[in-house]
Design a protein around this ligand. Structure first.
Ligand SMILES: C[S@@+](CC[C@H](N)C(=O)[O-])C[C@H]1O[C@@H](n2cnc3c(N)ncnc32)[C@H](O)[C@@H]1O
Length: 400
């Protein structure tokens, strides 16, 4: 059945027609987000924040960065103590969005560990020119610290030592959608249907690629569950983050020594691949509205898919990373001292009341188990001498 809201824009019709009448869902997701002329990110149409399309943790206030900075400083100081051979440490952010996280981290590190600042540079890895332009306006405000934008391939040629952060980026990677129907597996595709001279997008079932077949063969080991699970409904759709393995490989080549923190929408494989989750985790976002109709407004909204915790960790392990641990964001931020921030609001004077209430609301949103608090923090280490010891404060018991 055709969805009347899934009108296909002209530029996308051309792509689909040039590709023989259909494209994979993977290609569709890549195009609607990253097509240089029309993609939601590439054009810089995405707006992150309370008045934008959706909120991320750093867009709520600088408290997320101030708490995360406590962990980031620990990691930098551990690197310093270990006397590794590097005069410069890099704070690398992948997919920096509006650029606020890097800026606020540097401001917080300046307060927490001023002696570190002269040794630091900021390295931003952004796929989309439209977003980079927005980041430049925010990050260039930082005085006395070198900030540079690089692509991953260039960074691989000149790897760095430091801390890499990827907050809400992996969920934006294009995914393959897999369809299990009557004991058969298909790759989801997207094609066109013409009604009264107008073209609409519709899903089609395509033949699985050899990569998908390989994923299915490896899946039990990768996901640590029976896959596909038993008792599937007649038609069951799920996702495979097919770019994650090569991404971890590239990440391991950009970093000589240091840590990588991934923060994202994530679920254990048992929940992710539950027979009850009949349509996977993909969702679109626009103007703070989530919408399960992922063919609507192609190129004008965000698309996001959760990551699977077990497969993410396994892809990291097979690509040279050591796993440090994972926890929910709510737990991580409490371990880093969020309750102290809340407690300090008790000393608010009456003319600061409104600002204090806003700050309190933002702090609570960061740990809300129905929202950002449910995000997962997964940390990894790269260590070319095999003797680095990191304090992972975010995994410790929360400070009361
Ligand atoms: C959902 S936004 C997250 C923004 C930011 N990290 C935050 O928390 O506010 C995703 C960002 O990642 C960028 N991006 C998407 N895929 C990327 C990739 N493969 N490498 C680098 N950046 C990417 C997008 O252009 C966008 O800036």
């Amino acid at each position: 059945m055709i969805d009347p809201t899934a009108r296909c824009p002209k530029w996308l019709i051309d792509h689909i027609v040039d590709s023989g009448g259909s494209i994979s869902f993977y290609k569709y997701m890549d195009l609607v987000l990253n097509d240089p002329k029309n993609g939601f990110y590439a054009t810089g149409r995405l707006n992150i924040g309370k008045n934008g399309d959706f909120c991320t943790s750093p867009s709520l206030s600088n408290d997320f960065a101030r708490l995360l900075a406590i962990q980031v400083v620990d990691w930098f100081l551990d690197l310093e103590k270990s006397r590794i051979d590097s005069e410069l440490f890099s704070l690398v952010e992948i997919g920096p969005g509006e650029g606020t996280l890097s800026r606020d981290l540097i401001l917080a590190i300046t307060d927490l560990a001023p002696s570190l600042i002269s040794k630091l540079e900021v390295v931003l890895v952004e796929l989309n020119v439209g977003m980079q332009k927005r980041q430049e306006k925010v990050v260039n405000d930082l005085k006395g610290i070198n900030c540079r934008w690089v692509n991953i391939e260039d960074l691989i040629l000149r790897p760095v030592t430091g801390v890499v952060i990827a907050n809400e980026v992996l969920d934006a990677f294009p995914v393959e959608r897999l369809i299990f129907c009557d004991d058969m597996v298909f790759r989801q595709g997207v094609s066109l249907k013409k009604i009264n001279h107008e073209s609409f997008l519709e899903f089609v079932d395509l033949k699985p690629t050899s990569e998908i077949i390989k994923f299915l063969e490896d899946s039990n080991n990768l996901l640590k569950i029976e896959f596909p699970p038993n008792d599937l409904p007649k038609r069951w759709v799920t996702e495979w983050h097919c770019d994650l393995s090569s991404w971890f490989k590239k990440m391991s080549k950009i970093l000589i020594n240091g840590s990588l923190l991934v923060v994202d929408y994530a679920m254990e494989s048992k929940r992710y691949y539950s027979p009850m989750r009949k349509n996977g985790t993909l969702i679109s976002y626009k103007n703070q509205q989530a919408n399960p109709n992922i063919l609507k407004d192609a190129g004008l909204c965000d698309l996001t898919a959760h990551i699977c915790i077990e497969s993410t960790i396994n892809y990291a392990l097979i690509n040279g990373w050591k796993f440090l641990g994972e926890t929910r964001q709510g737990q991580a931020l409490l371990a880093l001292g969020l309750s102290k921030f809340l407690y300090s609001l008790q000393n608010t004077t009456s003319n600061e009341l409104s600002a204090a209430l806003n700050r309190r609301e933002s702090l609570l949103r960061l740990v809300d188990p129905m929202g950002l608090g449910e995000f997962r923090w997964l940390a990894f280490q790269k260590d070319n001498r095999n003797d680095l010891i990191f304090r992972n404060r975010f995994l410790e018991e929360p400070i009361s």
